[in-house]
Design a binder for this molecule. Structure first.
Ligand code: IMP
Length: 427
């Protein structure tokens, strides 16, 4: 039984958590494959709001095995807090399995993320300051500590000392910060965190493959999104992992033939947190209205998100980069009060029309969006439960997006609740 990937098609915060949670009913295993606690997945269940940073959304279902794959970077304190927080609210987290190959976020990663962002000044990337970039950098430089190192105090200590020697030199000499103590870090990680994390560590590659071999359904849950991808996003304004569907293979230990469904999540408009190009960004009252109606503030950092019209140029590219088989459109209800709605169908720069993102990013920074304007529906969609009950103008908008991007829209979100999704049959 091949696996399904859920991936964000924009700059994040498309509502992946809610979608994965919705699909979880039919899934047996749900895997997070990249990122760390920079992600924030909000799920509303029976009117109660849950915000997850590390645990896969499937954790709320007793029949699901939630997995944190090897591609994730794990801050152990956050993981323990999250597990304890869920347990305190009656959620059973005992089935959670964490890959021993996942890398650990260390205190010096968080410190370096903070000081480098400050040091970059007006060129800062607007990271979440969770230590994500420095942790992945150490993984690539082969000086990272892995979750499995928590099981071997001697190795942990050895690796920590090698890494810390260099980090302390950088912190002190470049950034004028106080050095961190290996003893304090070892005490916290080995003394406090290891006993809590050890029972969660498992062979996640076998867990996932055994499930697929047994004909079970596996869902691979992306964090961040296509245009925050380290390779395919708007570099350097990206995260340090691969949210695209290909990252689900490396971050889990699957081959491409193990996946047959790639579900892209797109907001009915678009948002971005942090710096970087954003061709359809709105700087006017309509942008502020999207922030207000869409509650566009980051789950993790509380930052106000930048907002803009739906960008079909980027969505078309997301189809290619992820082999999308279908799209779920979220937050359509946020546009309920709009007189008209615009969709960016192409870009223009220096008299050239672009149907796909220009290859050279300097051009992307200069493009002007070419819009099609469609009538709004001026109707409250939040109570709609069937395609047939959507107003014509709302259907037309969704169908127009599907035509523009070239894959069917199968689901439309009309509110924050788990049940506020309408099955949509694109014409
Ligand atoms: P980092 O992942 O903390 O290194 O941040 C790099 C960029 O990705 C910044 O622009 C962040 O705002 C953005 N980012 C990271 N995680 C998320 C997310 O879950 N949603 C939206 N943007 C994110």
């Amino acid at each position: 039984m091949p696996a399904t990937v859920v991936v964000g098609t924009q700059w994040g915060d498309e509502g992946k958590g809610k979608l994965t949670d919705l699909l979880a009913g039919e899934m047996d295993v749900v895997v997070r494959y990249q990122g760390g606690h920079n992600a924030g997945h909000t799920i509303v269940i029976d009117g109660e709001t849950f915000a997850l940073q590390l645990c896969p959304s499937g954790i709320f279902y007793p029949h699901i095995t939630p997995v944190i794959g090897n591609g994730v970077v794990v801050d152990p304190a956050t993981l323990i807090d999250e597990v304890d927080g869920l347990a305190a609210r009656g959620i059973d987290t005992s089935r959670l399995v964490v890959s021993g190959n996942a890398h650990l976020i260390m205190p010096y990663h968080q410190e370096l993320d903070r000081v480098t962002e400050r040091y970059l000044g007006k060129n800062s990337l607007g990271t979440t300051k969770r230590g994500i970039g420095p942790a992945y950098a150490d993984k690539a430089a082969r000086v990272g500590l892995r979750v499995q190192d928590l099981l071997d105090p001697k190795i942990f200590r050895q690796k920590l000392e090698v890494a810390l020697k260099e980090k302390n030199a950088v912190l002190a000499k470049v950034y004028n910060r106080l050095p961190l103590s290996a003893d304090e870090i070892a005490e916290r990680y080995l003394g406090e965190h290891a006993p809590r994390i050890a029972p969660l560590i498992g062979d996640t590659v076998s867990v996932v493959h055994d499930a697929l071999d047994a004909g079970r359904h596996v869902l691979l849950e992306g964090a961040q999104a296509t245009f925050l991808d380290l390779d395919h996003g708007t570099y350097p304004f990206v995260t340090s992992s691969n949210p695209v569907a290909g990252g689900a293979c490396t971050g889990t230990g699957l081959g491409p033939r193990d996946i047959d469904r790639v579900l892209g999540i797109a907001k009915a408009y678009i948002t971005r947190v942090g710096a970087g190009p954003f061709p359809t960004e709105l700087h006017d009252d309509l942008g502020a209205l999207l922030v207000e109606r869409g509650h566009e503030f980051g789950t993790v950092t509380g930052r106000r998100r930048r907002t803009g019209w739906f960008d079909a140029v980027m969505a078309r590219q997301a189809v290619r980069l992820n082999s999308l088989t279908e799209v779920a459109l979220t937050k359509l209800d946020v546009l309920d009060t709009f007189e008209t709605v615009k969709v960016c169908v192409a870009y223009e720069a220096d008299g050239v029309r672009y149907e796909r993102p220009p290859y050279h990013q300097s051009v992307l920074h200069q493009v002007t969006p070419v819009y099609e304007e469609l009538p709004g529906w001026r109707t409250d969609l939040t109570g709609v439960t069937a395609h047939a009950d959507l107003p014509d103008a709302a259907c037309r908008y969704v169908e127009f997006l599907a035509e523009q991007i070239g894959v069917p829209v199968r689901l439309v979100g009309v509110g924050p609740g788990r049940e506020q999704f309408v099955s949509f049959a694109t014409a």
